[in-house]
Ligand binder design. Structure first.
Ligand SMILES: [Ca+2]
Ligand SMILES: [Ca+2]
Length: 204
């Protein structure tokens, strides 16, 4: 799975700048999926485990790279454009590598979640035809010195994938949508490290 309708392009930009974190919502809400019995907390927990983020040590930048945002942003940026019942979710991220690893092979992708303060976060797969796909975007495999020969320490990504409003609507009230951007060094079999993106407040 995971093909989706995403488009990928590689690009590079300048230095990152300041980022203002949104205030979290403290409003208690009940999961729509829990209410109608489709998805319990245990399933969401499986998603977290398979993400490899159950281990806190991995929910961070590795020593050999920094996952950052596009030009002007210090963390990956998630944005949405609504088209009727569908949302185009776009993720922009950039990975800044240590000079010693620019000839290694890496993989990167992202995974979409809905923040839930009262149970495990919901992993959001796309189940509505014709854009059925995994919550995990397809892996992009690359070698920095080949992906960006003029500046191999920085490789940028931009990807747009479609979700239906019914999949994004995981609870009563609005949704706190975010993603983890993940990177792993295939040359050293480092495992995956993940950085959380900005949060989108949607009302799908
Ligand atoms: Ca929530
Ligand atoms: Ca909702």
């Amino acid at each position: 799975m995971g093909r989706g309708s995403g488009e990928t392009e590689m690009w590079s930009r300048g230095v990152a700048g300041p980022f203002v974190r949104r205030r979290p919502s403290w409003t208690r809400r009940y999961s729509r999926r829990q209410a109608i019995g489709l998805l319990g907390g245990s399933l969401a927990g499986v998603g977290l485990l398979s993400l490899g983020l159950a281990s806190p040590a991995k929910a961070a930048n590795p020593s050999w790279a920094t996952i950052t945002g596009p030009s002007g942003y210090s963390i990956p940026q998630l944005s949405a454009v609504r088209n009727g019942n569908w949302f185009d979710l776009t993720l922009q991220w950039r990975i800044v590598f240590q000079a010693s690893v620019v000839n290694h092979e890496f993989e990167t992708n992202w995974v979409l979640y809905e923040d839930d303060s009262t149970s495990a976060d919901d992993l959001i797969s796309a189940t509505v035809e014709p854009h059925v796909h995994s919550a995990y975007s397809p892996y992009k495999v690359f070698i920095p010195s080949q992906a960006n020969p003029s500046n191999p320490r920085e490789v940028g990504f931009r990807e747009t994938i479609i979700w239906h409003r019914d999949d994004l609507d995981t609870e009563l009230g609005g949704e706190e949508i975010f993603a983890y951007v993940r990177v792993g060094d295939n040359t050293t079999n480092s495992g995956l490290y993940g950085i959380r993106t900005t949060q989108l407040d949607l009302s799908p």
